[in-house]
Write a protein that binds this ligand. Sequence first.
Ligand code: KMT
Ligand code: NI
Length: 177
Amino acid sequence: MVRSWYMDDSDADQRCPHMTDPLQPVELDQLKKIGVLYWRLSGNEDDETLAGIRKDRGYTYDDLIEITPEKLPNYEQKIKSFFEEHLHLDEEIRYCVGGSGYFDVRDKDDKWIRIELEKGDMIVLPAGIYHRFTLDEKNYIKAMRLFVGEPVWTPYNRPADEKDARKEYLKTMGLAA
Ligand code: KMT
Ligand code: NI
């Protein structure tokens, strides 16, 4: 099952788990309420359930991203920008096929929830949700990126409240001001 928890506010390394003591776990239905979808798959690139999800949700594009200094051009800069709080105008869809990492998302009260992604975990972050990504202490992830049509990876760093995707997101989640 996906492991997800509220983050502590220590300024230790972003790659540390940042769990509180006692732990405040976050369940799948809490993630669903903020529009985050999750599946537990095999971790194989040709997973059968994945094929079904792709068909249902219209994910026509895929590629693989491997986050290592050798394989990711501009590694340091990318790592930094992944961890800047941002949103996208489209879903962010990631399927972990190796290694691990953390996606952090804001809950309805603007608190950080950390979601662990390990081999076999697939996650969809809705358009307009504020989030960020970091490697964990093992420093390696390989993930499939999916998209509907031609991919656009542009991040809009917070504040990006004027974006339609943000307004739509708040409205859909029943959070509109
Ligand atoms: C992103 O856009 O934040 C990423 O692609 C992060 C790495 S994919 C696990
Ligand atoms: Ni993103």
